[in-house]
Design a protein around this ligand. Structure first.
Ligand code: HSE
Length: 439
């Protein structure tokens, strides 16, 4: 027999801000599954209002017209709202609306990675002051449960490193380049035609979207507030079909990764967060993440290696994460308790990219004559970058040296590349790519 709802339990009123791809799916499921959600929460969830920009727009929702309003501020401040679900995205008016919601006693569910990565501190402080929840599972990797595992399930463990494929568009593009041997521009066009890439793909292909998610993952993993400005960001626009072939020759694939790690320094532990294309071995679990899928690979002291995998975007998958948060914060309201807030007690230093350490794949167009290899090797030695393998491709005017290094500091590799570019015998350093997930 299913548990009954206490008839005296008043409905919890939910205000939805935004009714696009995610918002309309949230509204649809909230309405369709109302009886079951009520049983899970212990009180009915009542959709009290939906703030939209264009009220007359055709929507595939069987909801009364008077639920829709263009006055989001009035909706969140009307005084009887229990939970505000924000799925409009962007910085303003989302920030002002979330702060107003908290001040007015509502708990908040948000999918807004950009706002959390830019100004999460202000939101978490407001939530703590109001003694209300702010939940954001949908902000990172869509349907994949990763925020709650980091915030709660792994709260007793020590996380060393998080490697994530957290942007479906770039994974789709790099995967298609790998499968078909095509160039970036050609695949981007195809991805836009198929709806995998936006008409303006900048946020995805230049790494802004992944950098927001990296800031959130690093903050959660290392109990330190990391903002988007702390994240080193490189996009995928310079990745060539030749880079992908070189990766294949080494038994690797190219992936756009968000990498958050704890680094031991002479001054104690610190944190680094970066987003860039990288080669990873075909045997690494992240290498098998194909198409627009996302995955987050977590390395921790006691749990060891964990991988969270699934759809990272889209209406229904993202709505799954939003509704999970909604049920969770609604349960807390029924019990009059609040879940865990932001955990930033460690407040570790956040290092710049120069202090990150990894391996590098460097491709150098050179003159094909005696002594070139030794001069090139000397440039690496000068900056204490140790070479793991060297091979020559082509000959004569097409000669290339392909060098893979041992782990080195990013600043040292950067200085090496600058020194290489100054050598007469070096025509070009045609590609530099980090190699991750080895050993
Ligand atoms: N545009 C993102 C992606 C989804 O391509 O994965 C939203 O963060």
């Amino acid at each position: 027999m299913s548990p009954s709802i206490d008839a005296s339990e008043r409905p919890l009123r939910v205000a939805l801000l935004g009714c696009g791809v995610v918002g309309s799916e949230v509204a649809r499921l909230l309405t369709r599954d109302a009886p079951e959600l009520a049983r899970r929460v212990g009180a009915p969830l009542e959709l009290a209002g939906i703030a939209v920009r264009r009220p007359g727009r055709e929507r595939d929702l069987d909801l009364p017209e008077d639920l829709f309003t263009t006055d989001a501020h009035a909706l969140v401040t009307r005084g009887d709202i229990d939970v505000v679900v924000e799925v409009i995205g962007g910085i303003e008016p989302a920030r002002e609306l979330i702060l107003a919601a908290l001040e007015n006693g509502a708990s908040v569910v948000t999918a807004n990675k950009a706002l959390l990565a830019e100004d999460g501190g202000q939101l978490f402080e407001a939530a703590a002051k109001a003694e209300r929840d702010i939940a954001f599972e949908a902000a990172v990797a869509g349907a994949i449960p990763i925020v709650r595992p980091l915030l709660e399930s792994l709260a007793g463990d020590a996380i060393h490193r998080v490697l994530g494929i957290v942007n479906g568009t770039t994974n789709f593009i790099l995967d298609a380049m790998t499968t078909h041997g095509s160039g970036f521009a050609e695949v981007l066009e195809e991805a836009q035609r198929l709806g995998y890439a936006e008409a303006d793909p900048t946020a995805d292909i230049e790494g802004f979207d992944a950098a927001s998610k990296a800031a959130i993952l690093a903050s959660l993993s290392f109990h330190t507030r990391v903002v988007i400005g702390d994240v080193h960001r490189e996009g995928i626009t310079d990745v060539t079909a030749a880079d992908i072939r070189s990766a294949e020759e080494m038994g690797c694939v190219v992936k756009q990764l968000a990498i958050c790690e704890k680094i031991e320094t002479p001054d104690g532990p610190a944190v680094s967060a970066r987003v860039h294309p990288a080669m990873i071995p075909e045997s690494h679990p992240l290498a098998s993440v194909r198409g627009a899928y996302n995955a987050v690979f977590v390395e921790s002291e006691s749990a060891g290696q964990l991988m969270f995998y699934g759809p990272g975007a889209g209406g229904a998958p993202t709505a799954s994460a939003v509704l999970g948060d909604l049920v969770s914060v609604a349960r807390n309201r029924v019990k009059k308790v609040w879940g865990p807030g932001e955990s930033t007690h460690a407040q570790l230093d956040v290092l710049d990219i120069g202090r990150a350490r990894t391996r590098y794949h460097v491709q150098i167009d050179v003159d094909d004559r005696a002594g070139v290899l030794s001069t090139v090797a000397q440039a690496f030695a000068e900056f204490d970058v140790s070479i793991k393998t060297v091979r020559q491709e082509g000959h004569g005017s097409d000669a290339q040296l392909v060098i893979v290094t041992h782990e080195a500091q990013d600043a040292a590799l950067d200085a090496t590349v600058r020194a290489l570019r100054d050598l007469d015998m070096v025509r070009d350093v045609s590609s530099v790519m980090r190699v991750e997930g080895v050993g």
